[in-house]
Design a protein around this ligand. Structure first.
Ligand code: UDP
Ligand code: MN
Length: 844
C-alpha cells in the first residue's frame, strides 16, 4: 500500500529512475576504472613480481652475513681472483633453478602514504592476515611472524648455537638483557633476554669465510664467566625497565614540535618508473623552496671539534614522543618497473662476465677490490629484491617524521657504484623526507670524480658535492658532511651501497620516537664477485671481541622463542658496524660528533658506539630497513700513513678514552706494544676525556654489565692468594720484600693479581727477576718493561708454572726449599716448588 502510494505521482517515479541510473552509472565507472587499473598494473607488474619473488627466494636460500667478521682490523685478507668467473656461473645456475621450480610468487602490494592496498588474499596465510590486522590495529601483543625466515630453519645454525652455548660457563650464558627494542606505542619494556647464543660469527657463514682471527681473540673468548652475579643483573634490569617506563610516561603526552609542517607525498609518485631523474624532480616539486645549489665547491670548514654543551642541555628534555598521526610505511621505488628488465644484474641478480671478457674483468678488480667490470655492466638504477620481513610493509610510522640529510663520504670510489648508491637513495626514499644528499669527496685522485661527477650530479637538485682540500679520512670527512647538513637527521652511508625498498622511514621513525636512538639498517651483501644482492640472516647484532674487533652475533632460537621476537623487531646492538646509520643531528653534536683525532679509517664504530651507549643513547638494528653494501677484502684507497699503524693508533685512542680499567684487556690481546709512547703517539686526548666528563657518561663497567653482559671481561686474568704446593705456603709481600707465609685469605699482603699485561702485581709493585743469583724481587710496575712479564702456564705439561717471558732460556718462578727465598730457575715439570695456584683464575 505504502509503496503504491509513494509511486502515485509520476514525478516521483521519474526521480526514482533518475537516482537509480546515477547509482548504476557510478558503479559502472568504478568497475571500469578498476579493471583498467587492473589490466595496466597487472601487465606491468607481472614480470617484475615474478622476478622479484624469484630473486627473493634465491636471495633467502643463500643466506649470508656481512663479510666483516672478526677480521682483525689491521690484517689484510688475500683476494682470490681465480674463482670469480666460476662463482658467477654457479650462482647463475642457482637462479635458473629457482625459475624452473615455478613457485607461486609472493605478491606484496606497494603502499603510498598510508593509503595502502591490502596484500592479495591468496598470497597471505590465514595466520598472516591475523598478524597484519593485529599490527594495523596497533595491538601491543606480539603476533606470530608472518613467515619464518628460512635461515632459521638451518639446523646448522641451531646446532652451532647450542654447541657454542655448551662450551660456555654458566655466568657467560646469562645472556643479553635488552635484545629487543620494542616499538613505539608499546610500554618501554626491557626484555629480559637470557641464554644468548654467543657465536663468533653467524654460523651460516662460518664455514665458508676466510676469516683472520686475531691473535688470542678467538680461544680466549669462552673461558671465563661474567663477573656480574645473576641476581644483581636482574636487579639492574628491573631498574632500567622501571626508569624507562616512567620516562616514557612522563614524556608521552608532549606534543611533537614539528606537527605544523606536514607534507603529503604525491599520490602519483609510483608512476615515474624508469625515468632516472624523476624521483629527484618530484622531490623538487615537493620542496620548491629548497635552497641548495646544484653543485658547490665548499672548502672544508670543520665544525668546532666538540660543541660545548652544558651538561643539563646534553640530556634531551623530551626523549620519548607521543604517537601522533600514523601511516603505513611507504614502499616508494622508482625502479619497481625497471627500464630494462633484461639488463645484467637487474633485480639484484648475479651478473656474469661474458666470454672473452674475463681478463678485463680481472684486471679491473683492483680499482675497487670488487668486480668493477660487472658493476659497470649493470644498470645504475637497477631493481633489487624486497628482502624485508613480511610484517614490515604493514608497519605504521608517523606522518611528521624528521627530514634527513644523507651523507656519502668517498675517496676514489668506483664511478658506477657511487652513482648506484646515490640513485638508490633518490629512487627509494620518500622525497619529502630526503632533504639532500651530500657527497663528501675526501680528496679523491680519480679525474672522473671531479668535473664529470659535478656535471652528472647537476641533474639532481638535491645532490650537493663537498670537496675536501686535503685527505681527511672517513671520520673527519663525515664530520665535514654533517657540518653542511640541513636535515634534522644525519644518515651516513658508504659510497658502494644500494638502499632497499622502504629503507628510510623505519630508521627515521626510531629517531623520532627517541632522539637518542641511533638507528642502523640491516646491512645486506652485494657480492663483490658477481654484484648479486644477497639477503642476510635475521636476528644478528653487532658486537665486539678483544682487542676491539667487530663481529656479528646471531641470537639463539631459544631467545627468539622465549621472547616471542618477531623478525621485524628492532634489536638493541652493543656495537654498530659503522658505515650506515641515522642519528639526530643535534644529538650527534651533543655527543661531540666523532673523535676528530681518529685518522682515515678504523675504530670509529667502536668510538661512537661506546659513546652513544655510555652517554645515554641507544643503538638499534632495524630489520625493516635494509641496505646492501659491497664488502671488500681490502681497502681500495691509499692510507696516507702506514695502514696498520693508523688503525692501531685509532683503537688505542678509543681504549684510552672509553675503556677505563678494561683497557688492559685491549692491550693484553696483542697490542702490548701500543703502550710504549716512543713507538706510537696517540695524540692529545684531553678534549675527549673532558667531553666524557662533561656528558657525565657512565663507566665501561656499566656498559659491559648492562649493554653487553654476555661479553666476558674479567679485569684481571687471575687474582687472590698464591699458594705454592712445594712449600705449602703462600707468597706475601712484607714491606717491599717477597716472603712466604702461612696462607691467610684475609691478609691483603698475600693478595696478588695476574693482569692482562701479564704482570704479577700487588698495589703498584710488580714481581720481577732480579738478575743477581736468580733472585726475584718487586719494583714499581711498568707495563712497557717486558722484564716484568710472566706467563702463567695452563697447559698440562708444567701446569701452574710461571715462566719468565723475556728470557730466551725457559726460566720458572721457584720457591726456595723451605720457603726461604724466591728464584727463577730452569723449568722442570715435576717440580712442586715451581707450581703456583691463584685463588681465582678467570682467563688463560
Ligand atoms: N672513506 C673516505 N675517506 C677515507 C676512507 C674511506 O671518505 O679516508 C669512505 C669510503 O669511500 C667509504 C666509506 O668512507 O665510502 C667507508 O669506507 P670503507 O667502505 O672502506 O669501509 P668498510 O666498509 O670497509 O668498513
Ligand atoms: Mn664500505
Amino acid at each position: 500500500m505504502k509503496i503504491r502510494k509513494f509511486f502515485r505521482g509520476s514525478g516521483r517515479v521519474l526521480a526514482f529512475v533518475f537516482v537509480a541510473s546515477v547509482i548504476w552509472l557510478l558503479f559502472d565507472m568504478a568497475a571500469l576504472r578498476l579493471s583498467i587499473n587492473d589490466v595496466n598494473s597487472q601487465l606491468l607488474k607481472e614480470l617484475v613480481v615474478k622476478e622479484r619473488a624469484a630473486m627473493k627466494r634465491q636471495a633467502t636460500s643463500r643466506t649470508h652475513a656481512p663479510k666483516r667478521l672478526f677480521k682483525h682490523p689491521v690484517e689484510k685478507v688475500p683476494v682470490d681472483l681465480g674463482d670469480i668467473v666460476e662463482n658467477a656461473k654457479r650462482l647463475d645456475t642457482n637462479v635458473a633453478n629457482v625459475y624452473r621450480r615455478k613457485q607461486k610468487p609472493v605478491f606484496r602490494e606497494r603502499t603510498v602514504a598510508g593509503n595502502a592496498a591490502k596484500p592479495k588474499p591468496d598470497s597471505v596465510e590465514r595466520s598472516d592476515k591475523k598478524a597484519i590486522e593485529n599490527n594495523v590495529l596497533g595491538s601491543l601483543q606480539s603476533v606470530k611472524p608472518l613467515r619464518k625466515d628460512p635461515s632459521l630453519n638451518s639446523t646448522k645454525t641451531v646446532k652451532a648455537a647450542v654447541l657454542d652455548k655448551a662450551k660456555l660457563p654458566k655466568a657467560v650464558t646469562e645472556g643479553i638483557k635488552d635484545v629487543v627494542a620494542k616499538d613505539i606505542g608499546q610500554k618501554a619494556k626491557v626484555q629480559d633476554v637470557k641464554d644468548a647464543a654467543f657465536t663468533k660469527a653467524p654460523p651460516a657463514v662460518q664455514e665458508e669465510e676466510r676469516r683472520v682471527v686475531p691473535k688470542g681473540a678467538e680461544d680466549k673468548a669462552v673461558k671465563t664467566g661474567n663477573n656480574m652475579p645473576e641476581e644483581k643483573s636482574k636487579e639492574n634490569l628491573k631498574d632500567i625497565s622501571n626508569k624507562k617506563a616512567s620516562e616514557a610516561a612522563k614524556a608521552g603526552f608532549q606534543q611533537h614540535p614539528k606537527n605544523d609542517t606536514k607534507l603529503e607525498p604525491k599520490p602519483d609518485v609510483q608512476q615515474v618508473a624508469g625515468v632516472l631523474r624523476q624521483a629527484d624532480q618530484n622531490s623538487e616539486l615537493l620542496n620548491k623552496n629548497d635552497p641548495h645549489p646544484v653543485k658547490t665547491q665548499i672548502q672544508l670548514t670543520l665544525p668546532p671539534k666538540v660543541q660545548k654543551v652544558e651538561p643539563s642541555k646534553a640530556k634531551p628534555t623530551v626523549p620519548v614522543k607521543k604517537p601522533g598521526a600514523l601511516h603505513k610505511v611507504m614502499a616508494l621505488d622508482v625502479t619497481e618497473k625497471p627500464r630494462d628488465a633484461q639488463a645484467m644484474g637487474q633485480f639484484g641478480h648475479a651478473a656474469v662476465v661474458p666470454k672473452g671478457k674475463e681478463a678485463e674483468s680481472q684486471s679491473r678488480w683492483n680499482e675497487g677490490h670488487f668486480n668493477v667490470y660487472l658493476s659497470e655492466q649493470i644498470p645504475i638504477d637497477r631493481s633489487v629484491p624486497d628482502t624485508r620481513p613480511a610484517l614490515c610493509s604493514e608497519k605504521m610510522v608517523h606522518d611528521d617524521l624528521p627530514t634527513t640529510s644523507v651523507i656519502f663520504c668517498f675517496v676514489d670510489e668506483v664511478w658506477s657504484t657511487l652513482l648506484r648508491s646515490v640513485h638508490s637513495v633518490l629512487n627509494r626514499s620518500p622525497p619529502h623526507l630526503l632533504k639532500e644528499i651530500i657527497l663528501v669527496d675526501d680528496c679523491s685522485t680519480k679525474d672522473n670524480l671531479k668535473e664529470p661527477l659535478d656535471k652528472y650530479m647537476a641533474q639532481f637538485p638535491k645532490v650537493r658535492i663537498i670537496r675536501l682540500k686535503e685527505r681527511q679520512g672517513l671520520i673527519r670527512a663525515r664530520i665535514a658532511g654533517a657540518a653542511q647538513a640541513t636535515g634534522e637527521v644525519l644518515t651516513f652511508l658508504d659510497s658502494h651501497i644500494e638502499c632497499n625498498i622502504g629503507w628510510l622511514e623505519p630508521l627515521l621513525e626510531r629517531v623520532y620516537v627517541d632522539r637518542r636512538k641511533v638507528a642502523c639498517p640491516v646491512i645486506e651483501v652485494i657480492s663483490d664477485k658477481d654484484m648479486s644482492y644477497v639477503q642476510v640472516d635475521n636476528f644478528q647484532r653487532g658486537i665486539f671481541k678483544w682487542p676491539l674487533v667487530f663481529g656479528w652475533n646471531t641470537l639463539s632460537e631459544d631467545i627468539i622463542k622465549k621472547n616471542q621476537m618477531k623478525d621485524s623487531d628492532p634489536l638493541r646492538c652493543p656495537v654498530m658496524a659503522g658505515g650506515l646509520f641515522s642519528i639526530d643531528k643535534k644529538y650527534f653534536y651533543e655527543l661531540g660528533t666523532y673523535d676528530p683525532g681518529l685518522d682515515v679509517w678504523g675504530g670509529e664504530n667502536m668510538e661512537i658506539s661506546f659513546k652513544i651507549w655510555m652517554c645515554g643513547g641507544e643503538i638499534e638494528i632495524i630489520p625493516c630497513s635494509r641496505v646492501g653494501h659491497i664488502f671488500r677484502g681490502q681497502n681500495p684507497y691509499k692510507f696516507p700513513k702506514d695502514r696498520q699503524k693508523t688503525v692501531e693508533r685509532n683503537l688505542a685512542r678509543v681504549a684510552e678514552v672509553w675503556l677505563d680499567e678494561y683497557k688492559e684487556l685491549f692491550y693484553g690481546h696483542g697490542y702490548h706494544h701500543l703502550l710504549d709512547k716512543t713507538v706510537i703517539d696517540v695524540g692529545n686526548l684531553t678534549e675527549q676525556i673532558q667531553l666524557r666528563q662533561r656528558l657525565k657518561c657512565k663507566s665501561f663497567k656499566w656498559y659491559l654489565e648492562n649493554i653487553y653482559p654476555d661479553m666476558e671481561a674479567p679485569v684481571v686474568k687471575a687474582e687472590g692468594i698464591v699458594f705454592n704446593p712445594g712449600t705449602r705456603k703462600c707468597l706475601a709481600l712484607q714491606n717491599t720484600t717477597l716472603v712466604f707465609a702461612t696462607c691467610d685469605l684475609s691478609n691483603q699482603n698475600q693478595h696478588f693479581s695476574y693482569t692482562w699485561l701479564r704482570l704479577i702485581k700487588q698495589q703498584g709493585l710488580c714481581v720481577v727477576p732480579h738478575g743477581l743469583a736468580n733472585r726475584v724481587s718487586v719494583e714499581p710496575c711498568d707495563p712497557v718493561n717486558a722484564n716484568q712479564r710472566w706467563m702463567l702456564n695452563t697447559n698440562k705439561v708444567m701446569a701452574e708454572h710461571i715462566i719468565v717471558e723475556s728470557s730466551a732460556r725457559r726460566l720458572c718462578l721457584e720457591a726456595g726449599p723451605k720457603g726461604d727465598g724466591i728464584y727463577v730457575k730452569d723449568c722442570f715439570s715435576g717440580n712442586e716448588h715451581q707450581r703456583w695456584q691463584f685463588t681465582n683464575v678467570y682467563a688463560q
